[in-house]
Design a protein. Structure first.
Length: 329
């Protein structure tokens, strides 16, 4: 900084004001300083400035897996919106979904310079008896039931599931079978509960749900069972990947979609429109979820205080060719 000041013929304080973007510097002086910086290859030490201010302009993101489509698309949206607001992202992966794995991730936060964190995981792993959040770090949790402990941004899981069931019943199906997500997943449980409630409110029988794990293979195994169930004419799967497996199983058993069985997924992944047939599904706005996560954590950073409560991002049903009225008896 002293070298830049000598070359530009100004004080070190003026160099500091230019590098920090202060407005109270004459334009010609600012240009002199910037020219001297370029000539000397000077770059302000952002780490030193952050330590001085106690502000790092960095958001940590803790998550289990990027293999899940929802996680990767939410992370992409978080990174894009954070960048637009001048924040960098530090990714903190959790190797195993255990208390020790989560504890290790939060411990690493003590070694990193972040102003806030966005947590993409199940809240039951945030055990306050073992996990101590670093002081002054603001938190937003994605898709969780932690609304009374943290700020939460969640897709409206229940309404999305209700839309799927209502659509199928409205086509004339007597009831709707369901392939669930993992039992430990809050999102999966919310979708299953809403499926059940929608059937009960309509006075329809509630078939036993088939457990999946988000993968196409688990959907395929559930689909084999459904294909051998003659009374099954409509299926709601908790995500599109499992719906893909169900479609394969039904095809192999010679049951046409939607002629014999209608299928609805959840997520509206980019490939859903290219399934055979194109998949009717519930659209999740992952970009909106990511944006609201960043807005929430930055708002807490700016205000210097934490928030609680849940923000729901609406879903919408996208009707394609995988659903139709049942065949006449």
């Amino acid at each position: 900084m002293a070298d830049v000041a000598r070359l530009a013929g100004v004080s070190s304080q003026t160099v500091s004001r230019v590098s920090n973007g202060h407005a109270g510097v004459v334009s010609s002086t600012r240009q002199q300083v910037l020219a001297a910086m370029r000539e000397l290859g000077y770059r302000p030490n952002s780490a030193a400035r952050a330590l001085k201010r106690g502000e790092f302009r960095t958001i940590g993101v803790i998550l289990f897996s990027l293999s899940h489509i929802g996680n990767s698309r939410t992370l992409e949206a978080i990174a894009n919106h954070a960048g637009a607001l001048g924040y960098a992202i530090t990714l903190i992966p959790v190797g195993m979904p255990t208390h020790d794995g989560v504890l290790g991730a939060f411990t690493r936060l003590d070694e990193l310079a972040v102003d806030g964190i966005i947590v993409i995981m199940e809240v039951h792993l945030l055990d306050t008896a073992t996990v101590a959040l670093p002081p002054h770090v603001q938190v937003v949790v994605v898709d969780s039931d932690a609304g009374d402990r943290y700020a939460v941004v969640d897709t409206d899981q229940a309404d999305g599931a209700r839309q799927a069931v209502t659509h199928l019943l409205g086509l004339g199906h007597r009831t709707v079978w369901h392939v669930t997500g993992p039992q430990a997943s809050y999102a999966a449980n919310r979708r299953t509960l809403a499926w059940r409630q929608a059937l009960e409110e309509a006075g329809r029988p509630v078939p036993a749900p088939l457990r999946g794990d988000w993968s196409a293979e688990s959907g395929y195994q559930a689909g084999r069972t459904l294909a051998d169930t003659p009374e099954c004419t409509a299926v709601f799967t908790a995500n599109d990947q499992m719906a893909l497996g169900v479609l394969r199983a039904l095809h192999e058993r010679g049951r046409s979609v939607p002629g014999d069985v209608s299928v609805v997924g959840f997520d509206d992944i980019p490939d859903a429109a290219s399934f055979i047939p194109p998949l009717t599904t519930v659209h999740q706005d992952f970009a909106e979820v990511g944006q609201r996560c960043v807005q929430g954590v930055v708002r807490q950073i700016d205000r210097g205080g934490s928030e609680r409560g849940t923000t729901l991002v609406p879903t919408r049903l996208v009707v394609r060719a995988s659903t139709a009225p049942p065949r006449p008896l």
